[in-house]
Ligand binder design. Sequence first.
Ligand SMILES: Nc1ncnc2c1ncn2[C@@H]1O[C@H](COP(=O)(O)OP(=O)(O)O)[C@@H](O)[C@H]1O
Ligand SMILES: [Mg+2]
Length: 263
Amino acid sequence: MTAPLLSVRDVSVSFGGVKVLDGINLDVKPGEIRGLIGPNGAGKTTMLNVISGIHPPHHGDVLLDGASIVGRKPSDIARLGLGRTFQTSQLFRGMTVLENLMTGLHHRTSSGLLAACFNTRRHQEEEEATKEEARQALEFIGMSAFADRPGSALSFGQQRVIEIARTLIGSPKVVLLDEPAVGLSLNRLAEFDLLLRRIRDEKGVTLILIEHVIRLVMDVCDQVTVLSSGRRIAEGSPDTVRNDAQVIEAYLGKELRARHPAS
Ligand SMILES: Nc1ncnc2c1ncn2[C@@H]1O[C@H](COP(=O)(O)OP(=O)(O)O)[C@@H](O)[C@H]1O
Ligand SMILES: [Mg+2]
């Protein structure tokens, strides 16, 4: 059996005495696209915050490539190979598209603020390398022509694609996406499906996808984990999860009724 690339072990988080994550386990294999679904407030974003080091768990462990990352700084975890988007992330509207992409790596480069101030040679070399990576990421998503345009000139859908491309800077092993497809048109959704597969197949990146767009989750994910009130209520192939009575009761039934009120 392949060893998991990312392991969440018996993780619990409480806010003000309320358990938001309650003994969660998750094993994601290299090359997997894992869906993480569940109602609002289920604990999905908290889970990503625990993995990326923004919120340390009150109990349990997180292993990346077999080594515990709990207690390490988010920037260290990023450097170890973890990228992510934020549920509310936006582009810097005044910066160019290329500059926006470069912000994906600035927290990972080794020369610090002081080096930047003195514009040291090492800093210049790192800037050049980052720029080259940003250019490659733009090429990968077929948006090279947009490099020098301001972030504000992009459509909503283009901005969401750029946010994903930004996570690829620094060659991460695992990328966590928090509701990347929210608000996208149907045409864009088909593109997203393809983009996520290409990131996995061509970049070798393992993905965890939080998403309410169920069609995307069911189409693209190998395995789906369902959270409800901080507990894992189901896990398995998209088909298994889709037909799970508890999942329909806690989430899918409501979600589908909300989106297709007539049916
Ligand atoms: N920093 C925080 N302080 C207090 N409560 C929080 C904090 N972050 C999240 N919560 C609460 O934890 C629960 C889970 O939130 P979240 O992980 O954002 O859920 P989801 O992403 O599944 O919608 C919610 O009840 C939310 O209000
Ligand atoms: Mg959330």
